[in-house]
Write a protein that binds this ligand. Structure first.
Ligand code: PHE
Ligand code: ZN
Length: 881
């Protein structure tokens, strides 16, 4: 295992390799504990490289069995092995040469799930970012592209299935009880896209005919018996393939596309060339076991990994600093896909909620980093919401600035110019500059400056002159390593609304670049003046969330209410409701904190109830409107001296007030949203369920009785309704008999399905209050928990630390001490999992001082422990800094 080295890798130090890797030939002799890997690598020295430079290959947890140079055993004096490398000297100046490396690895002992490991008896690999070096010594970096042939030899009875990237070459028997298969991937790829799977799995098969008429075999491999549960994923795959052809002109490029679902996986899924490997949570679904959210996640992740075939695989990253080049762009693509398949506005609202609660929080704390970082100690810790989600927003801003046509041209140029290459963010941006003639220099700061821009907005209306002036100011708070920032190019979509809600059209606009409905804020302070405005307008700014910024704009409740009722951008309507709710909630939290009375707000309540009851709006939107800002959102808005208990009480009081006034409305909604037909996971049906269940939650608030939720639990004929009813019971009435009965009924019904039991875990982990920790430890000791499976750990311990503010942040600090113990435990087996759990502590400095002191002490226990992994060391150091 890699333990702390403290070494910093800098973008500025990037250098190409001295050697080109022409071909890779791998032979695996699979064995649970002693797998033999033979790697035949053909290299030649680059013309401009130092003729004396040695070949340095990365390696980790490997036993070197033999080493050949051009088929001959290498003299011991010629090479050197260290715990993380193999260095070979005296290599030819220009002619190609062959290095053959045989290593021994132990898949069964691989608990960190990087490299070759076993999941439920299936051999599988995970190589991004630096897992391939745990298979053999290799130039394990993304700018080394090569063509791979893979031979797999394994016991035939236990592993009827032998898979790798590319196209199947052939297979045959191989000695007693064994067989082998050979695969060839004609597309040059970096080692992080390598994959191998061997085992005994069931399969779902289909085909897809591409744009140019080629037939591609589609296969999804799952545990035997689970085949029917892969049907939705297969459907999502075919829709993704078609969409990528239609919208981006991207066609698939091999004869076969495979997905394998495994139960032990550190992330969501992995885009290995032609052989995606998935966390089974993001493949398996049926109405009885999957929620609408699960269906939406499956659709999005299947699409995301498929889209990587062009954005990530055909064009990959020069180095790991460029991670957003593939991830930000691919998230943008999967967002657009889901928007096209579902409701665009509702999808956008969900994206922005997620961005604010995760990415804005990251950007405001000790782990803040640019979309393209300039330095890292552990690359695993940079698979972040900043790289992914903010990276996607940066791509979206390019589209907003250029408009759809030029954006498409720029992307086409990118695909054409960089196909087969390992590219950089600069290469990407240059394509848009080239097709548009625009200068993207200032815009590129979005890649390099961390922190969420704060935009101040003030407006003035001059009735006599018929002008409306918007004064904008931008500032970006200091973040680690970046005390001072430069002004950025911020594209803000806008509309001016008249008193009746209709759009007002100015005759001229001065003060800066304005293209159609976008104000381009480029200076630190900038005034835009709109002429020909006869009445006081209401400004709707940052429509559709065109820029990932925070606006500081005190609009009157009347103005917000006008936007909430009349904007034709639904996102902006939802935003106006949020802008009304947040000040009410923060004021309530402050009141709760100092013991004064919490005063609900009548305008907010009425506006919300009006939207909730408005049948002309789609149910999914109304459900979003009814979901007021979370406790975490409120805490972030307050910013310091947070008392999570006060925030909780405040929010509950406001919700209770809305529930009481709206009881009739919610009862009507609850009845009218009942879907009597057969279950369908489509977006419209899911939206009805979302609205119905939002109403159920308010009804529980209003009635203070578990009866309705218990009835809903009994009546549920799908997992969305069942788990929502259980969640309402657990959140509102944790000690009620009805709740205990529902929990045990759920348990006895689903105890054979660990993925469903994860819902049971996370619902219980989220129950607020001081008893939460005792509940967690009891569940950990129970029969369904498995500390070796990342999904279980995230469902129980992750839900507690990330999503139960009152339980985790209990005032005596026990929550933090518990987490510290868990971090140290998991760090020994799976450092990536441990490091990710630890990020739940990143906002500790925002807490009131008593809790902050406990949090700090717990972090110091971690920091001073022996033998920390590089992963946890990096996070704990940054959080404490
Ligand atoms: N590249 C994967 C994705 O975003 C994520 C991933 C990273 C998976 C590292 C595993 C390991 O699609
Ligand atoms: Zn990705």
């Amino acid at each position: 295992m890699r333990t702390e080295t403290g070494q910093v890798i800098n973008l500025a130090d990037y250098r190409p390799t001295d050697f080109v890797l022409e071909r890779v030939d791998l032979t695996f002799e699979l064995d649970p504990t002693e797998t033999k890997v033979e790697a035949r690598l053909i290299f030649h020295r680059r013309e401009d490289a130092d003729p004396a430079a040695p070949l340095v290959l990365a390696g980790e947890d490997l036993v070197l069995v033999s080493l050949l140079f051009d088929q001959m055993e290498m003299e011991p004096g010629r090479y050197h092995v260290s715990p993380d490398s193999l260095t070979i000297n005296d290599l030819p100046k220009s002619e190609p040469f062959e290095i053959t490396i045989t290593t021994m690895i132990n898949p069964e002992a691989n608990t960190q799930l990087m490299g070759l490991y076993r999941s439920n008896g299936v051999y599988c690999t995970q190589c991004e970012a630096e897992g391939f070096r745990r298979i053999t010594y290799f130039p394990d970096r993304p700018d080394v592209l090569s063509v791979y042939t893979v031979n797999i030899i394994a016991d035939k009875a236990a592993n009827p299935l032998l898979l790798s990237n590319g196209n199947f070459l052939g297979g045959a028997g191989y000695g007693e009880g064994k067989h082998f298969a050979a695969w060839f991937d004609p597309h040059p790829k970096p080692s992080y896209l390598f994959a191998l799977v061997a085992g005994d799995l069931g399969v779902v098969e289909d085909t897809f005919t591409t744009l140019s008429g080629r037939e591609v075999a589609l296969k999804i491999y799952v545990e035997h018996g689970k085949e029917p549960n892969a049907a939705y994923a297969m459907d999502a795959l075919k829709r993704s393939m078609k969409w990528d052809e239609e919208v981006f002109g991207r066609e698939y490029d091999l004869d076969i596309f495979m997905i394998v679902a495994v139960s032990d996986f550190n992330f969501g899924a992995m885009e290995n060339k032609g052989l995606n490997i998935f966390n089974d949570k993001y493949i398996l679904a049926d109405p009885e076991t999957a929620t609408d959210q699960d269906y939406a996640n499956i659709e999005a992740i299947v699409a995301h990994e498929y889209f990587h075939n062009w954005t990530g695989n055909r064009i990959t990253c020069r180095d790991w600093f460029q991670l957003c080049l593939k991830e930000g762009l691919t998230v943008y693509r999967d967002h657009e896909f889901s928007a096209d398949q579902r409701s665009r506005a509702v999808k956008r609202i969900a994206e922005v909620r997620h961005l604010r609660s995760e990415q804005f929080a990251e950007d405001a704390g000790p782990l803040a980093h640019p979309v393209r970082p300039a330095a890292y100690k552990e690359i695993n810790n940079f698979y972040t919401t900043t790289v992914y989600e903010k990276g996607s927003e940066v791509t979206r801003m390019i589209a907003t600035i250029l408009g759809a046509d030029l954006f498409k041209k720029g992307l086409d140029l990118y695909f054409e110019r960089h196909d087969g290459q390992a590219a950089t963010v600069e290469d990407f941006v240059q394509c848009f500059a080239d097709v548009s003639g625009r200068d993207f220099t200032q815009f590129s700061l979005w890649y390099n400056q961390s922190g969420t821009p704060q935009i101040s907005v003030e407006t003035a209306f001059d009735a006599a002159a018929k002008t409306f002036t918007v004064n904008l100011g931008q500032s970006i708070p200091p973040t680690p390593g970046q005390p001072v920032k430069q002004p950025m190019h911020i594209p803000l979509k806008f509309a001016l609304l008249g008193a009746d809600g209709a759009g007002l059209a100015p005759t001229t606009i001065t003060g800066g670049d304005v293209s159609e409905d976008v104000l381009h804020l480029t200076l630190q302070n900038q005034s835009f003046t709109f002429s020909g405005i006869a009445e006081q307008p209401v400004l709707s700014l940052n429509r559709g969330f065109s820029a990932p910024v925070t606006l500081h704009f005190s609009q009157s409740p009347e103005a917000l209410s006008l936007i909430a009722r009349h904007e034709n951008d639904l996102f902006s309507r939802w935003q106006a409701l949020t802008d009304m709710a947040l000040p009410v909630l923060t004021a309530a939290a402050k009141a709760a904190g100092n013991g004064s009375e919490i005063v609900p707000d009548a305008v907010l309540k009425q506006t919300l109830l009006t939207v909730a009851a408005d049948d002309s709006l789609e149910p999914a939107f109304r459900a979003q409107a009814l979901t007021i800002p979370s406790e975490m959102d409120i805490a972030r808005a307050i910013g310091s001296d947070i008392d999570p208990d006060a925030v909780h009480r405040a929010r509950q009081t406001i919700l209770g007030d809305i529930a009481l006034t709206g009881a009739d409305t919610f009862a009507t909604i609850y009845q009218s949203m009942q879907d009597k037909g057969a279950f369908s996971p489509d977006a419209a049906s899911a939206g009805k369920r979302a609205l119905k269940n939002a109403a159920l939650s308010y009804l529980a608030h209003a009635s203070k009785s578990p009866t309705a939720a218990a009835q809903a639990f009994a009546d549920a004929d799908n997992m969305t309704d069942l788990s929502q009813a259980l969640s309402v019971l657990a959140q509102h009435f944790p000690d009620a008999e009805e709740t205990q009965a529902a929990l045990s009924s759920f348990e006895s019904r689903f105890n054979g399905n660990p993925l469903v039991m994860d819902k049971w875990f996370s619902i219980q982990a989220g129950i607020p209050g001081e008893k939460a920790l005792a509940r967690i430890t009891a569940l950990m000791a129970g029969p369904h928990f498995n500390a070796g499976n990342p999904n279980r750990v995230r469902a129980l311990i992750g839900s507690f630390a990330f999503s139960n503010p009152t339980g985790f942040h209990r005032p005596d600090g026990e929550g933090y001490r518990f987490l510290a113990g868990e971090i140290l435990f998991h760090d020994k087996r799976n450092p990536q999992l441990a490091a990710r759990l630890l990020t739940s502590m990143r906002s500790w400095r925002m807490l009131e001082k008593n809790r902050a002191a406990h949090a700090k002490a717990a972090l110091e226990t971690i920091s001073t422990a022996d033998g920390l992994s590089n992963d946890v060391r990096d996070i704990v150091d940054r959080i404490l800094e």
